[in-house]
Ligand binder design. Structure first.
Ligand code: AMP
Length: 186
């Protein structure tokens, strides 16, 4: 199974992603985690990405596409994967389509975790990450609306979009995710 998980910051992508990869034995490809690891290790990618991340802005597409293309080559992606936090721009989505078309490995589904903005703010404020300061949160939500939301129409048109209500208990939300993915897992 090749799945994309989309949702605004604070939608619970990380939590649902952890369960999902375990339940369906998928490789977990989180560009946010990759970038945080690169930043901590002070690699060139990490140094370039850091100023964008700390301001809540998206890291330039060419940096992201390079790390994703490299990660998709690793053997553990053969069993299937979950892309978590990627693609986040139309350019990334189109580049992903080209990459997957070349390898003849199309996506099975794009899951959107849908959560109203006031709930997002509450959740993010309680999380305590360095990019969870109120001003940075506002910036990250604005980036999501401007750059990532257009992907929903794009994937709906491709008949890949599955919207999941992301409000409620973690277990209940995961049941909704399972109800969708069990169709592809057979
Ligand atoms: P996340 O943990 O997915 O919220 O990502 C944390 C930060 O990493 C984001 O606020 C962006 O600055 C950066 N980032 C992660 N994934 C991407 C992506 N696909 N495109 C651009 N920037 C990204």
């Amino acid at each position: 199974m090749r799945i994309v998980l989309i949702g605004p910051p604070g939608a619970g992508k990380g939590t649902q992603a952890e369960r999902l990869v375990e339940r369906y034995n998928l490789a977990h490809l989180s560009t946010g985690d990759m970038l945080r690891a690169a930043r901590d290790a002070q690699t060139e990618v990490g140094r370039k990405a850091d100023p964008y991340m700390s301001q809540g802005q998206l890291v330039p597409d060419e940096i992201i596409l390079a790390i994703v293309a490299e990660r998709l080559q690793t053997p553990d992606c053969q069993r299937g994967y979950l892309l978590d936090g990627f693609p986040r721009t139309m350019a990334q989505a189109e580049a992903l389509d080209r990459l997957l078309a070349e390898q003849n490995t199309p996506l099975h589904a794009v899951l959107e975790l849908q959560v109203p903005e006031e709930v997002l703010f509450e959740r993010l404020a309680g999380r305590g990450r360095t990019d969870d300061q109120p001003e940075v949160i506002r910036q990250r939500l604005a980036s999501y609306r401007r750059q990532t939301e257009p992907l929903l129409a794009y994937y709906a048109k491709a008949r890949l979009l599955e919207t999941i209500d992301g409000v409620g208990a973690v277990d209940d939300i995961f049941k909704r995710v399972e109800a969708v993915l069990d169709r592809f897992a057979a």
